[in-house]
Design a protein. Structure first.
Length: 385
């Protein structure tokens, strides 16, 4: 460790705050241009606002290799690979000479840095991390060659995880094509219409706000439904009693489908895990486990243009959009003969079995990466250079 040196972050990085959207800058919002990189949009990888970059300061524009660190509200999340105009609730963090950009990224990704950032942030209504507090965070820096070696180990694990995610997207796209061929293009006019509630129950999660607990079970909300996965690690915990109370009305079982019905509407998650140890709040719950013949059909219908059109037509709310539970219960399917549905399930289930296997591998690789991260960053585990 003798060749490692300790600094404060402000000594080895430059810090740039994003663009505030206010009366002076609102004219920069356009229908096309660079995406506005807000925290919630970066989580979902779906952007609703765009900026004309011509009159935006270059320091507010993120390029693919640059690190973004969230500073307001949800403090301490780190993104890289985003291209767009950084929102004011984020910092752009640029390494100075002799600090490798990927090493900086992984340093900031440590859970300990997120926890520290939240502890030193201020604000009673909404947390805000000042520049000076961020710059005071200590960082241990090895030689440039060892920085690159450490980052390479962690990035290789991330690359494998990313490859599995991309495989899952391809498999899901193949299932969506199969659905369209069987149940849209080849649908028969004499197929009867059936209300969704005749096939299985449609519920939602709790509307209460149970108290956060130091230990307990995760409470999943719409913001935790990401692209094909649940962000359980960043959900806050609730007590066992609150967990059991919520699950009396909205228990998630294997084969159920979750649907974000408020805020960012229409994010969908198909629960294939055998062990389910979370509760849900303000999330739609399609209890397709009650009628497994309809599980894959329902999931792909919700993701199809037909499902998307239904969602768009049933949105409500001006300040924050939502889809009401009654609207979800009003869905009507064009019902194919059961033998056709089961033949389709036999074909499509192979795609989802592979997706499930990939998710298992992803969790294993993520656990390995997360275990190695603090050890590599502290020098407890060394990389041969």
């Amino acid at each position: 460790m003798s060749e490692w040196r300790e600094y404060e972050l402000g000594e080895v990085v430059e810090l740039f705050q994003g663009l505030a959207i206010n009366k002076q800058t609102r004219h920069l919002l356009k229908e096309t241009g660079l995406p506005l990189l807000r925290i919630t949009d970066m989580f979902s990888n779906s952007y609703s606002q765009f900026i004309d970059p011509v009159n935006v300061p270059q320091q507010c524009i993120a390029r693919e290799s640059e690190v973004i660190f969230t500073r307001t509200g949800q403090v301490g999340f780190v993104f890289k690979g985003k291209i767009g105009v950084i929102h004011n609730n984020c910092f752009k963090v640029k390494p100075k000479e002799n600090l490798y950009d990927d090493f900086l990224f992984w340093f900031l990704k440590q859970p300990a840095i997120k926890e520290l950032s939240n502890n030193i942030a201020s604000g009673s209504v909404q947390l805000d991390l000042p520049h000076s507090a961020f710059k005071s965070i200590p960082i241990q820096v090895p030689s440039f060659q060892e920085q690159k070696a450490i980052a390479s180990v962690l990035s290789s694990l991330d690359d494998k995880i990313d490859l599995l995610h991309r495989q899952n997207k391809t498999l899901e796209a193949m299932a969506e094509i199969l659905f369209r061929q069987w149940f849209v293009e080849d649908a028969e006019d004499d197929w009867e219409e059936v209300p969704i509630t005749e096939l299985f129950e449609v519920r939602d999660g709790t509307h209460d706000s149970p108290k956060q607990s130091v230990i307990g079970k995760p409470l999943i909300t719409s913001k935790h439904i990401l692209d094909g996965q649940l962000d359980i690690a960043n959900a806050y915990l609730i007590s066992e009693n609150d967990f059991n109370k919520i699950n009396q009305r909205s228990k998630v079982d294997t084969g159920d489908i979750l649907f974000s019905m408020i805020g960012t509407i229409g994010l969908i998650y198909f629960e294939q895990s055998a062990l389910i140890d979370y509760a849900i709040k303000n999330i739609g719950l399609f209890k397709t486990s009650q009628n497994p013949d309809w599980t894959i059909f329902t999931f792909l219908w919700l993701k199809s243009p037909i499902g998307r059109q239904f969602i768009d037509e049933h949105k409500s709310g001006s300040t924050q959009e939502y889809v009401a539970l009654g609207s979800m219960r009003s869905i009507v399917f064009q019902k194919p003969p059961i033998e056709i549905l089961r033949k389709f399930n036999k074909l499509a289930s192979s795609y989802f079995a592979k997706i499930k296997l990939n998710h298992t591998q992803i969790r294993t690789l993520e656990a390995l990466r997360d275990a190695l991260l603090p050890k590599l960053m502290s020098g407890e585990v060394r990389v041969v250079v």
